[in-house]
Design a protein around this ligand. Sequence first.
Ligand code: NOJ
Length: 760
Amino acid sequence: MRQNHYLPFLVVAMLTHTLWSFGQNTPTSVIEQKVDSLLRIMTLEEKVGQMNQYNGFWNVTGPAPDDGAAAKKYDHLRKGYVGSMLNVAGVENVRAVQKIAVEETRLGIPLIIGFDVIHGYKTISPIPLAEAASWDLEAIKKSAAVAAEETAAAGINWTFAPMVDISRDARWGRVMEGAGEDPYLGSKIAVARVQGFQGDDLSSIKTIVACAKHFAGYGFSESGKDYNTVDAGSNTMYNIIFPPFQAAKDAGVRTFMNAFNVWNGIPSTGNSFLQRDILKGKWDFEGFVVSDWGSITEMITHGYAKDGKEAARLAAIAGSDMDMESYHYVEHLASLVRENKVDQALIDDAVKRILRVKFELGLFDDPYKYCDAQRQKEVTGKKEFQDAVLDMAKKSIVLLKNEQELLPLKKSGLNIALIGALANDKNSPLGSWRLAGDDNSAVSVLEGMQQYPNNTLTFAKGADLSIGETAFIREVKINERDTSAFAKARTVASKADVVVMVLGEHGFQSGEGRSRADIDLPGVQQALLETIYKANPNIVLVLNNGRPLAIPWADKHIPAIVEAWHLGTQSGHAIAQVLYGDYNPSGKLPMTFPRSVGQSPIYYNHLRTGRPDELSDDLVFWSHYQDQAVTPLYPFGHGLSYTSFAYSNLTATQPASSNTIEVSVTVTNTGKRAGKEVVQLYINDTYASVVRPVKELKGFELVSLQPSQSKEIRFTLDKDALGFYNNQGEYKVESGDFIIYVGGSSQTDLHTNVDYKKTE
Ligand code: NOJ
């Protein structure tokens, strides 16, 4: 090991004749010069090394590995053949690996350290789908900023988030990671998350690099089965799948991750159209693309590459800049260049992209800037973070149903039965992507409700949801049989004024690899619900879940239903505050809830068939099911409040010689409590050269109103709102009849028509 702490660093400095400091507002041209100077002194192997990312491979605080695969990785690290590592966390560990990169390699190029901070690092925020239900972009941005600050304090400077995949199929376990089904909402949230993670200054100690993933189409996995093939046409690709990615790019996201799926017969990882033509070509993306975990090697399994060398060649040519855990770049890329099978210019381009981001982070200025043990201690879990995730959790809750104003609960004099295994679960609310989160660190519903001491609260589990968890992969085994605790719960319920039941999915039932073929209440919970209902129908059902659930029986029988997702560290406080009315729920569904799994995929912005129901008086030959309604259980955008809102005075006009449509509507709080409404604007382009969805969200605004207060809300629809991409990827705006809808959900019928004339 070298003695001089920063020797390799100094060598680079001398050779590149430039200054060290790359703080805020460092001109791009200065960074470009630095990148170019560094590139000139790198060997081919060192360049390829920058394109190689390894998972944490040894207990860095113990002895270095001396045999097997880990030893090989360790050797590569010391040679400068590793550009990045993931899953190394905590300042001590990060410092240990960074020290090798900086002090033992020839050039001392620092590592960029990645981690899946999907919804919080140690302080866990609601799952992204839940946050999307808030429609509150400022709160979402804040949540990402909190995660970034806590992550950066733990030595990490790159998160593999946000996932901006649009998803329409609740069977897919990863719907919990995204913003739901709508490209407009999804784009706004993508921007908020990128801004939250990256802030205005990547070199700040409070920000980290974001990663828009998974490019592209992964959310459309056939039959909701994870990693499955995607068959989405160009209309869907351009108009539904691409927009949030493009929005993230426009917001300055510095990295993209490609995807596991095959699209149009070609794996995303080896797809030049996606990565070269669209992302780096048409969109002019200057950051770098990391493969998904092993997705380069999976091109062999897909039947696209014959071996690892061919996979490396195809991925590099297609524009995958960094190999996450396939090892094919580090093994084959240098020889592929020497054999003239991969152009050296492609390698240089990839390495420049990676170095650029490292310079922007300020890693060349101080490679240990994220490794301050004192800061880690002070920042982790601080009060400000707890307050932010609690605020986010309350805003994420959606009131699905509330008959006879069962909610909010009175704060005194009530005898409440609290039932369900999830009611006192402190682990499940953390969801499945809480890699650094401490087990059992969430506030349970029981604990949250205990903060309201003037009611009598009796807890009875009713039944275990799970009967075990496999520690390593965190798979839960669901209790499908044991109903022995039903009787006690029934007795407790029968004596109560009101029953609060917390049912749904365990946190480890959604997320990567957690697709479900049935999306009902898992295990014996439906039976428990029906049993308790017989004893006392005065039930408030609180759902914990990572995807839309099909709960038609509950919708028919249970008077109040609260969608509370997996809300993270502060879950129980947020739920209790909503149940007691200290927070008036304002969330709206970012994804349609089907009546049954058979309706999947179901989404509000579908195309009209030639035989839609509203045009048909035929009993048989129209687009429907024989055995079920075609409408969803709860539509996109649905969500109630403890007050009510009315919409009136809707107008939409195209001002003379303008290309816009100006919309105005009055919203009034017609109930007795102050409340917040998400005012939603949808359009329908009634005919076009490419058929358009029955409704498309094109604007929304959160408005807070006191009882009886009214407010006029205005929207301007410009060409970005009124046009669409054709199948060649050209953006078109066409004259014609538009219907403008405004209301509190995608099922609103309040509308007006505009005969839109394109003026240029
Ligand atoms: C695979 C997942 O698809 C991706 O989203 C994640 O970032 C990587 N694993 C790294 O953990």
